[in-house]
Design a protein around this ligand. Structure first.
Ligand code: FOL
Length: 178
């Protein structure tokens, strides 16, 4: 009986965070054909802190798929679902049951920035739209975005992980998840 309550709570929270990811990606974001700027890392990092790499990977991939099904903005491309899974898994790997130190947050953000934003996404966009990604002018907005966004994401995640008292509300379900 007790276990079922915990499961319900987990599913409810996961669904809420997935819904937030959809909203942050599809509505509260700036998007051109080749660049998207969003705060999706906020619910995604929270999910990583609470549920670990596997579930955060799954949750992010679900958010991408559901978001594209309900609010399609371009052609569906599976590479971005893979991006969502990998970035969720990275946040979960670094943040789950760990103290969010500056070093840890910087390392996680750097990993996602390099692997997802600077490598896989340009690769998918190049494949999708047939652009030549060896063109430096094409990289300029992406590089500028990531340089500006990196410190913002680090600071926001650090405060989210250390100053928001959400953990005390979840202590019960968290100890039971261990
Ligand atoms: N296919 C799927 N499965 N999901 C999508 O979100 C999607 N989106 C597009 C086309 N097919 C899709 C629309 N095009 C970026 C730019 C354009 C774009 C998709 C992604 C992009 O720059 N993404 C960055 C930042 C993401 C963020 O900050 O939220 C990335 O590195 O993934």
């Amino acid at each position: 009986m007790k276990k079922r309550n915990i499961d319900t709570r987990t599913i409810t929270l996961m669904s809420l965070l997935i819904a937030l990811m959809v909203v942050f990606t599809r509505f509260i974001s700036f998007e051109t054909q080749f660049l998207r700027i969003s705060l999706t890392f906020i619910p995604e990092s929270l999910m990583g802190i609470l549920f670990g790499p596997f579930w955060t990977g799954i949750g992010s991939a679900v958010a991408d798929t559901v978001g594209m099904l309900l609010f399609p903005k371009g052609p569906y491309f599976p590479g971005f679902t893979l991006n969502a899974f990998i970035s969720g898994a990275i946040y979960g790997f670094f943040y789950y049951k760990k103290e969010l130190t500056w070093q840890r947050v910087i390392f996680a953000t750097l990993s996602v920035t390099l692997i997802i934003h600077m490598f896989l996404t340009p690769l998918w966009l190049g494949l999708m739209y047939g652009v030549n990604i060896s063109n430096l002018a094409w990289w300029a907005p992406r590089i500028v975005k990531n340089i500006i966004f990196f410190p913002i994401q680090v600071v926001v995640t650090y405060y989210l992980g250390n100053k928001v008292p959400y953990k005390q509300f979840l202590n019960k379900s968290l100890t039971n998840l261990k």
